[in-house]
Design a protein around this ligand. Structure first.
Ligand SMILES: Nc1ncnc2c1ncn2[C@@H]1O[C@H](COP(=O)(O)OP(=O)(O)O)[C@@H](O)[C@H]1O
Ligand SMILES: CC(C)(COP(=O)(O)O)[C@@H](O)C(=O)NCCC(=O)O
Length: 323
């Protein structure tokens, strides 16, 4: 028997989302085969705490199945529209998935797992993954504009370049360049690009991808980054947990990447644990937490799907837009 509106929890009755516990969500996996080995999953995790296979089975296989249905129907619709308009030549437009959420909530890890799962569908789609950090202004510009303390805030990105990139991808252009960012030098890499060549699916990951923009009063068209998305995911967790994940990652990087002389944070590698911790806490409180509260969390209700994590990055609840 189907659930009537009256039987829904009050928050569901008035919310655009249906809420599922992790166990309920796992049921939707149905017959989707597990296509990643334990070893492959381990290699996917960033740094030292890799996502485990049980989590892939519990959460990410159902997500992969849902996305497969979306990709299939949007490709069909696209072809039908082309036929309707009598388009002379069929071109391919990639299905774009946006992944948003705080710094250190696990966007890169989720994006990499999804990329691998999606690429293993029986249709063997070509899946590319791009992160928005390449579209940040260089440190030189950020310093000049007094924006170093606002790295990751909406005004620290070259939104024009971001929109030009997505527009070129969506219109099926070949070899579209995307700029690269280095976490080692803490800066964009001058002249370094990766090219995206007509993928079937593009995963586009970054803290601000669901950010709206101010609309001009004269009615001029101003696109949002998310206008280019076919599906969007927001990764969510309590501030305290994200704080812990950020600090843990910073302290681990201090033992590894920061030892490299080229690292922007090299000077912190030799500092005492206590001083390094103070620096990490300051970066979190003054930049990333501020950005989460002011700019990132407010975009959560714009996502098609919200993955809410608890302790140890385990997804505890999933919210899916009803329509
Ligand atoms: N599903 C997961 N299971 C275990 N650890 C994870 C998971 N997702 C992320 N992490 C860890 O949390 C930290 C932040 O993850 P990362 O993907 O780099 O975040 P973001 O891209 O959002 O900044 C990293 O140390 C990463 O190893
Ligand atoms: C580069 C980032 C803005 C993340 O960017 P994204 O890939 O989400 O566009 C972030 O990792 C960052 O460096 N924040 C600035 C404060 C800090 O050092 O943590």
């Amino acid at each position: 028997m189907s659930t009537t509106l009256d039987q829904l929890a009050p928050r569901e009755r008035y919310s655009p989302y249906r809420f599922f516990s992790a166990a309920e969500w796992a049921e939707f996996r149905a017959d989707t085969p597990l296509t990643l080995t334990e070893d492959e999953v381990k290699r996917l995790g960033s740094l030292y705490d890799p996502i485990d296979l049980r989590e892939v089975e519990r959460i990410y296989l159902s997500l992969s199945r849902l996305l497969s249905a979306h990709v299939e129907s949007s490709q069909l619709l696209f072809r039908q529209r082309q036929a309707f308009f009598g388009a002379p030549e069929a071109y391919k437009t990639p299905f774009i998935i946006g992944i948003a959420g705080s710094v250190a909530v696990g966007k890169s890890t989720t994006a990499r797992v999804l990329k691998e799962l999606l690429a293993r569908w029986s249709s063997s789609p070509k899946v590319d993954l791009i992160t928005t950090d390449g579209f940040l202004y260089s440190n030189e510009i950020l310093r000049r504009e007094n924006l170093m303390e606002r790295k990751g805030f909406p005004d620290s990105y070259d939104v024009g370049a971001l929109l030009r990139f997505l527009s070129a991808i969506k219109s099926g252009q070949p070899d579209v360049p995307a700029p690269l960012y280095s976490h080692l030098t803490y800066d964009v890499m001058p002249g370094a690009y990766v090219t995206v060549d007509r993928p079937d699916i593009l995963i586009f990951e970054g803290i601000n991808v669901l950010q709206p923009r101010e609309l001009p009063r004269d009615g001029t068209f101003v696109p949002f980054v998310s206008d280019f998305f076919d599906f969007s995911i927001y990764i969510d967790a309590d501030e305290d947990l994200i704080h812990d994940w950020y600090i843990a990652r910073f302290m681990r990087l201090r033992e590894t990447a920061f030892r490299d002389e080229k690292s922007f944070f090299h000077r912190y590698a030799s500092l005492s644990d206590e001083t390094a911790l103070t620096i990490a806490e300051n970066l979190w409180a003054n930049i990333n937490l501020k950005n989460l509260r002011e700019n990132i969390l407010p975009t959560r209700p714009r996502a098609d799907l919200i993955l809410r994590k608890g302790e140890s990055h385990r997804v505890a609840e999933v919210a899916l837009r009803k329509l």
